[in-house]
Design a protein around this ligand. Structure first.
Ligand SMILES: Cc1ncc(C[n+]2csc(CCOP(=O)(O)OP(=O)(O)O)c2C)c(N)n1
Length: 807
């Protein structure tokens, strides 16, 4: 059922005082002024780009009235008024982000790393520990790709259900007050055409999570009107299939309300949130008749694509204008007094704008001055000093100086004074280096967690075996590991396709749903993208999800959100937010195009900010899980598909042992050639090494096991120093992960100094893996190929001792 809420109520009939109504209006008005000024700042060259919330002010001040401490927002760039109304965001922050101020105090959402209007509150303390989320109004960190706020919303809402329904989570009071928290989503009408939107709406409905989803419908997506975006004219109508019928608990409550109708908006949000909070029934609020007075962004002007009639209608139905009229007709305030307040507010926003601009420039000017002091003596002495003096003066007088100007200037000074050695010049070189390092850190820090939360801080505990250690199937080792972990830590929640009742298709969680209950180990729909999002949202709210993608090939469905949201979360908030998600998947060595792929290069390159682990067997996998669960970095673990039924010895200290990240293992020592590989290829390399030993070639096989981070202590370099020959082996495409490993070793570790033969990569073919054993043989590297590659290297080195016999 869809409810259309309209309201002509006067102010006296509302549950708000005139002061409160006026306070709302003033926030909306100030926000509008900021949008107008923001656009001018971009047009005047002070900012690179601007996207603003004009036209969405009234629904957002109304929504903010129903947003309580502990609640979460997962929204997009139009929400500046909502953020201002919630109180933990200021206009100074608005301008700081617009100007890309890298000072985290000025732009706490992103420290100048995200473009403007990308909001986010700081959820963790400087030492990396969680803050109390129940006392703040929380915003998960925004991203630009349309609808990408949706997958995470699934988990933000679902966490409330878990905190309410799981007894063992009752003690985690800094994250929830009995699951009373609502996750508020916001999205534009056009972004609702994205698949992610529908997948998330469906998942939220299935999970019955307290989500209140607002759609700001201005009938356009940049220049493209709704008729090209949506199958029906009304989104609410399209969504009506999700609505619950009277008496039902499953399904959504759906409301339609106009963007300029303040009393109706207040009523809508009050009703939607009361039910969502109390009964965990999600709601969709389709806000129609939304305007966009300045057009989409500073990149264009909407006069190019909106008709005169539409533009005129937008002026007439401007929310601020309508609310203003309503306040005056309802005797909230007289027109005169309001005009006076508006002038005050406009002036105050102007002042904030100017102060924020100064805040940006002050430290840069100080750095120019400091640099000048160090550079001056060098310039004075230099033969080409006249030009350099002029350049310095230009820099000092530049109206908008930047730090890159300093670097460019110093580069020129050092170029012009090359060969003019002096202590002053040495000092300048040192100043430049330290300035460069400092700024690399300004923009590059916090890719991963730091301190105790870092997976690299977890101490290694070696696996212990004894005569009584049992030999069992690989999946049983994993199963015991998860059993122990879930018993130890009630925050661990496992889910994915077939993970619940079946215990996953390879039985890693077999029996654990029966033991820990349906909420701790659960089945999900086939929806990889929102399985990832669910994990992100839950982890942001303090839980420890282990989210499964059934097969490695299907990571592609979730890869975008892992890349755009999870992997860069800690970095893009400069340590303000984290999401300790563990993604579990399995792949490699099962025949067929969509079950045997190895898109590892895509994964390692798109997921910087996550750890990427490729254990060769289930014991190593268990050790990695133990390590990850003691840290808070997000990670993906790719288990080897054909390893579940192989016999392994279960370590006696299975619950405690850890495998350190970034430490390769030498599986077989050798002196002639080093083979660097991982995952299922380890067995192939070992078998080939065995054969090669018969022809007197002694191969060292190294299992990298951790692609990100990669060989932190240079184990591979040490091997190369001994063998002077190296082959990088895997089943990714040519130029994929083998090329990455080669770059790490030859360039990163300076391995090229130690090469006596050309370095070789041996990968799968560029096409997808074909079905069947023969298809597999001619698609992926095999023992014979590895043999031949290594043998050829040795032949080149000593043709008499190693004569070619295959060609
Ligand atoms: C995946 C993706 N595709 C395209 C874009 C470029 N883009 C940014 S906003 C936008 C239109 C969004 O329109 P709508 O959802 O209606 O929100 P509005 O900006 O109108 O509030 C587009 C196409 C993007 N950010 N992400």
């Amino acid at each position: 059922m869809i409810e259309i809420i309209e309201n002509t109520r006067k102010a006296v009939d509302l549950p708000l005082t005139s002061e409160e109504i006026l306070q709302d209006y003033r926030i909306a008005y100030q926000s509008r002024q900021a949008s107008l000024m923001g656009r001018k700042e971009v047009m005047g060259g002070k900012a690179k780009f601007g996207i603003f919330g004009d036209g969405k002010e009234i629904p957002q001040i109304a929504l903010a009235r129903s947003f309580q401490p502990g609640d979460f927002r997962s929204g997009y760039y139009r929400d500046q008024t909502l953020m201002l109304a919630l109180g933990d965001y200021t206009l100074s922050e608005f301008f700081a982000q617009l100007y890309a101020n890298p000072d985290v105090e000025k732009d706490p959402a992103s420290a100048g790393r995200a473009m403007n209007a990308h909001f986010g509150t700081r959820l963790i303390n400087e030492n990396g520990s969680w803050k109390d989320q129940t006392v703040t109004k929380n915003t998960s960190s925004d991203v630009s790709p349309t609808a990408s706020q949706m997958p995470r919303l699934v988990g933000l809402g679902y966490a409330s259900r878990l905190y309410r329904e799981l007894e063992e989570l009752k003690g985690f009071s800094q994250f929830s007050n009995n699951g009373n928290e609502i996750a508020f989503g916001t999205i534009g009408n056009a972004s609702s055409a994205e698949g992610m939107f529908w997948e998330a709406i469906n998942a939220i409905g299935v999970l019955q999570s307290p989500v209140v989803m607002s759609i700001w419908d201005d009938e356009y997506g940049i220049s493209v009107p709704n008729e090209y975006q949506l199958a029906r004219e009304s989104l609410a109508e399209m969504l009506s299939g999700f609505s619950r019928k009277p008496g039902e608990t499953r399904g959504y409550d759906i409301y339609v309300v106009k963007a300029w109708d303040y009393p109706a908006l207040l009523e809508t949000y009050a009703r939607a949130t009361e039910i969502a909070r109390r009964d965990h029934v999600p709601a969709i609020v389709h806000v129609i008749e939304v305007t966009q007075p300045q057009g989409h962004s500073t990149s264009g002007s909407h006069e190019r694509y909106k008709s005169k009639e539409r533009l005129q209608w937008e002026q007439e139905f401007d929310g601020l204008k309508k609310m203003r009229e309503w306040m005056i007709s309802s005797d909230v305030i007289s027109e005169e007094s309001l005009a006076k307040l508006e002038e005050e507010d406009r002036n105050s926003v102007e002042k904030i704008r100017d102060d924020s601009w100064e805040d940006l420039l002050r430290p840069i000017r100080a750095q120019v001055a400091e640099m000048s002091l160090v550079a001056n003596p060098v310039i004075q002495k230099s033969a080409g000093s006249e030009n350099l003096k002029k350049d310095l003066q230009k820099l000092q007088n530049k109206p908008i100086p930047s730090r890159r100007d300093i670097m460019t200037f110093l580069h020129n000074v050092l170029l012009e004074t090359r060969g003019e050695q002096s202590p002053e010049r040495e000092k300048l070189v040192a100043w430049r280096q330290s300035f460069n390092e400092e700024n690399k850190n300004v923009y590059g820090s916090h890719l991963y967690c730091e301190g105790d939360a870092s997976a690299l801080s977890v101490a290694e505990v070696k696996a212990e075996f004894s005569e009584t250690s049992k030999s069992m199937n690989g999946f049983e080792v994993l199963n015991s590991c998860f059993d122990e972990a879930m018993r130890r830590d009630p925050r661990i929640i496992a889910f994915g396709e077939d993970v619940g009742y079946l215990g996953d298709v390879n039985q890693g969680f077999k029996g654990l749903q029966a033991k820990f209950g349906e909420l701790r180990v659960s089945d999900t729909g086939i929806r990889e993208c929102t399985i990832m999002g669910q994990a992100i949202g839950m982890a942001v709210r303090g839980l420890r999800p282990i989210a499964e993608i059934q097969y490695l090939d299907y990571v592609l469905y979730g890869l975008q959100i892992l890349s755009d949201d999870l992997a860069c979360l800690h970095w893009r908030t400069k340590g303000g937010q984290k999401a300790p998600v563990i993604v579990r998947t399995r792949g490699h060595r099962l025949e067929g195009i969509w079950h045997a792929g190895s898109p590892m290069a895509a994964i390692i390159h798109l997921l910087r900010g996550m750890h990427v682990l490729v254990p060769r067997n289930m014991t190593q996998a268990a050790g990695f899980y133990n390590t990850l669960l003691q840290s808070e970095d997000p990670a993906i673990v790719v288990e080897v598909l054909n390893g579940y039924r192989m016999k392994e010895k279960k370590p006696d200290n299975l619950a405690e042992f850890t495998v350190p990240l970034g430490v390769p293992e030498i599986l077989r020592p050798g002196k002639d050639v080093t083979i660097v590989t991982y995952g299922a290829c380890c067995r192939i390399a070992e078998e080939a090494a065995q054969q090669l030993s018969k022809v007197d070639i002694d191969v060292e096989v190294i299992d990298v096991q951790s692609l990100l981070p990669f060989d932190l202590d240079g184990v591979i370099l040490e091997s190369l120093k001994k063998t002077n020959r190296i082959v990088f082996l895997d089943e990714d495409v040519p130029g994929g992960t083998t090329a990455y490993m080669m770059q790490e070793v030859l360039e990163g570790q300076k391995g090229y100094y130690h090469l006596d033969s050309e370095p070789r990569t041996l990968s799968a073919k560029p096409h997808r893996p074909a079905f069947g054993s023969d298809g597999d043989y001619w698609s992926k590297p095999n023992v014979e190929e590895v043999f031949e590659t290594v043998y050829e290297l040795m032949h080149e080195y000593d043709p008499l001792r190693y004569p070619l016999f295959l060609r």
